[in-house]
Ligand binder design. Structure first.
Ligand code: NOJ
Length: 584
């Protein structure tokens, strides 16, 4: 593992500001895949501790950790058996406490995941339920429903699991099927809990307080829109509401999502977060179908922020991005919620691959024709990866120039592409397993980080350690942290410089934004200005999505996503798939 001790050039964010989350750049760590300190082939908390200076030097404000709690890892940690302890594969509670403290000393906030829609089947609540017959009070903490058919031998309704197959599994008691089925919107190992039950409310109150008391700055809420189910479990799915011209004006979500009752839960949680100084924060994984519906969760007494899935799924195209930016600002600004931007996470085909293959929009569960390059089975060729990397650089600069807060998923700062050539027997994602390989799933964006040019696991773990839990491509030697640190033109150097500029120019986080279509006459270009009333200067971001150069008059180029872009005679020529930040 590379040893990072030097934390140069870091301008510390104002940790004491209660509003840090409004413009924070948050780095997502998938703990299994970041750094393995003990050589078991799996990333761990001490691996993160050893490499915290890397993140300080990169210049991020906070880390969001995907789950590291006790659980059988049926769904990569999103199946929790104990919300208030660390799984031994990741370390101990003491390691977590040390990590929180050490991150804080470096000026980095900590956000952890909470998974309140479902527990693992290993959670004591579910173990207690399954040990009793239907009708017992233990079952009331879950959704247990009589099946259809004479003996209840058919699932209660037509709900389908997100991970394939029915969203119901029949229970057994004393070795016999009971005719009663429990609900699991995800894997059968992830039973949905009943939020009308006081024990569930209490379990999560306790969990929030437990981690807040240990200094955690906030929670990312898994499936934030899913906690409450439609009464009576009506069958059916999502419905589109059309106007007289056939345009979609609203989408009524599937009855297992997006029920109004969730808002009461978040008002309760917000009150808990407000008990702390500085205030703790929430970011919701809000899978509502429209931006207007997402905005409801961001009212001042609910969640602080939510992920912008419209931006994440948008294709590399000026119109798609402009539409999302406009909508996001339109709905967030009136309620005082900061806009957020994200292009990559542990559920998503990496943007390098999506952008390089010109995917129309992203849906990880799509199962289109495998040979089509829009299929998630498709293996991008070298040319597509190179194009995707170029676009990934342009996208990073555009994202970091937009108002509000942004997310960087581990390895995005290295320009990693999706890994498709993972042997079936190594794959672990229930999306792949439950669909019998029909849907390739998410293992390919969870491949461990390459830290060094050489070594068995490219520095992910110690030389004498076990193989990484997912195989790492040897070609990543060239895009490893070590290789990129040496190269002033690398994606890593670009990201680091952009983050440093963002800190030096606070208007990039908190300032206002206006489109500057007057600067370039092309529908393939997005130009916008960031300004604030109190400062004389402003920064203009121009992204060229087209296939021809464009020229803009400017005073100076602050940063460009390609090395060969500079000012000549008061003009900057911006090549295709390139973003620049300018002073006009
Ligand atoms: C969303 C998480 O991001 C994903 O990884 C997980 O599989 C589901 N929620 C279920 O918890």
């Amino acid at each position: 593992m590379t040893n990072f001790t030097h934390v140069a050039g870091r301008v510390h964010a104002d940790l004491a500001s209660p509003d840090w989350w409004r413009e924070a750049v948050i780095y997502q760590i998938y703990p299994k895949s970041w750094a393995d300190s003990n050589g078991d082939g799996i990333g761990d908390l001490n691996g993160v501790r050893q490499n915290l200076p890397y993140l300080a030097e990169l210049g991020v404000d906070a880390i969001w950790f995907s789950p590291f709690f006790v659980g059988p890892q049926t769904d990569g940690g999103y199946d929790v058996a104990d919300y208030r302890d660390i799984d031994p594969m990741f370390g101990t509670l003491q390691d977590a406490e040390a990590l929180i403290q050490e991150a804080h000393e470096l000026g980095i906030k900590i956000i952890i995941d909470v998974v309140p829609n479902h527990t693992s089947v290993e959670h004591p609540f579910f173990k207690a339920a399954i040990a009793t017959p239907p009708g017992s009070p233990e079952w009331e903490r879950y959704h247990l429903v009589r099946g259809q058919g004479e003996n209840g031998e058919l699932p209660p309704n037509d709900w389908i699991s997100i991970f394939s197959g029915p969203a119901w599994t029949q229970t057994n008691f004393e070795g016999k099927p009971t005719g009663y089925w429990y609900l699991h919107i995800f894997d059968a190992g992830q039973p949905d809990v009943n939020w009308d039950h006081p024990d569930i409310v209490d379990e999560f109150d306790k969990t929030l307080r437990f981690w807040f008391d240990r200094g955690v700055d906030g929670f990312r809420i898994d499936v934030a829109h899913g906690l409450v189910k439609s009464e009576g479990y009506p069958g059916g799915g999502e419905e589109k509401v059309l106007d007289e011209n056939g345009e979609i004006v609203d989408i009524i979500p599937h009855p297992y999502w997006c029920q109004d009752g969730v808002h009461e839960i978040y008002r309760r949680w917000r009150a808990i977060a407000n008990e702390y100084t500085p205030t703790r924060i929430f970011v919701g994984e809000i899978g509502e179908p429209t931006t207007a519906r997402v905005a409801k969760y961001l009212r001042p007494d609910e969640l602080h922020t939510g992920f912008n899935f419209g931006y994440l799924t948008a294709q590399w195209h000026a119109d798609s991005v402009r539409k999302n930016v406009n909508e996001t600002i339109e709905f967030n600004v009136p309620i005082g919620a900061p806009t957020t931007w994200v292009t990559d996470n542990h559920d998503t085909t990496r943007s390098v691959t999506r952008y390089g293959c010109d995917w129309p929009a992203h849906n990880w569960a799509d199962s289109v024709d495998r040979d089509s390059k829009f299929s998630n089975h498709y293996v991008a060729n070298d040319e597509e990866v190179a194009l995707g990397r170029r676009r990934g650089r342009a996208s990073m600069l555009q994202m970091l120039a937009l108002p509000g807060s942004a997310y960087i998923y581990q390895g995005q700062e290295l320009g990693l592409e999706e890994v498709r050539d993972i042997p079936a027997e190594k794959r672990q994602d229930p999306v792949y397993i439950n669909s019998k390989g029909d849907i390739v799933g998410r293992d390919g964006d969870r491949v461990p980080m390459p830290w060094t040019r050489s070594g068995k696991s490219l520095g992910f773990g110690p030389e004498d350690g076990a193989e990484p839990w997912l195989p790492m491509p040897r070609r990543w030697s060239e895009v490893s942290v070590e290789a990129q640190l040496e190269d002033p033109d690398s994606m890593h150097s670009l990201t680091r410089t952009a983050l440093l500029l963002r800190r030096q120019l606070p208007l990039l986080g908190s300032g206002q934004m206006r489109w500057r279509d007057d600067l370039v006459e092309s529908a393939n270009v997005l130009a916008f200005e960031r300004f604030d009333e109190t400062s004389v200067s402003s920064v203009v971001c121009v992204a060229n999505y087209g296939d021809e150069n464009v020229s803009v008059a400017a005073l100076s180029v602050l940063i460009a996503s390609q090395p060969d872009v500079s000012l000549h005679n008061g003009h900057v020529v911006i090549p295709p798939d390139t973003t620049v930040w300018l002073i006009l």
